[in-house]
Design a protein around this ligand. Sequence first.
Ligand code: BDR
Ligand code: CA
Length: 310
Amino acid sequence: MKKVILDVDTGIDDAYAIIYAIESKQLDLLGITGVNGNVPIDYVMKNTKKILKLIGNEEVKAYRGASLPLLTEPNHEFRVHGKDGIGDALDHITVDDEESDIFAPDFMIEQAKKHKGDITFIMVGPLTNLALALRKEPRLAEWVSEVVIMGGLVTKAGMGNKLPNAEFNIFADAEAAKIVFHSGLSLKLVGLDVTHKTFLTRERMEELKGTKYYDFIVESSEVFRGFSKQKYGIDGCALHDPLTIGVAIDSSIVQTEKHFVEVETQSELNYGQTICDFRNIWKQEPNMEVCLDVENEKFVTMFIDTLKQA
Ligand code: BDR
Ligand code: CA
């Protein structure tokens, strides 16, 4: 089984990604690392622990990571994820304050050193933890087999979700993304180009009726669905982060191409934009595999089936 570390900024779709990663039973999850992102780090840690408790997990531990982006001020997404980050759906679950003393980037380094050539990082929040880890230990680029990243968009100018040309995770720490993109790590980018094709609609949520996660999915997604309805006319949640898990489990659900992708960090208009040099105008070697299409219905069904079997 693939050994993975999952880096999250929990977040509604992060919560679904954690559930999916664990319930799939197809990944050997070594740990979950939290990062400032959708919500501040204290919320991220609390939400992550609540989700682990909801799942009934007793093995996987959560590690606290960066509480701020490298250089910029933090940006949060309460408008999408609700005031606690998980749509106030788990108020009935209480968790303690106990936490590991190991800082998330150090955990990433420790595990990568231990499992050289046999470890995948799945990143579904801003890339701050990985950038910090790389600064401390650049040999990560040799040790980690693959990094699957939910972030950016490359084919659809003007279709960003933070700025017209910027996606949230990259926008939330573009300097960190730059470090990661130039690190030499083997990267796979799962951007809005594909994640916006994977809506779990309110209608399809009914397929989960009677299962362990139905109430949580319906309640937690209310704010998110309201936002999607208003923005995209769809009563559903884009499965950004779960798709990234799906790609780590079975990469055949996406079509990819290798290209050189750069991140804009200087411009006010385009801060956080991911620019893919499809025509190799910059004459650079490809630095990542970029997802350009997805078998969306197949993936949404995979996700629902996994939760149904839990
Ligand atoms: C990404 O931003 C966050 O709000 C989501 O959790 C996802 O990781 C989508 O742009
Ligand atoms: Ca996320």
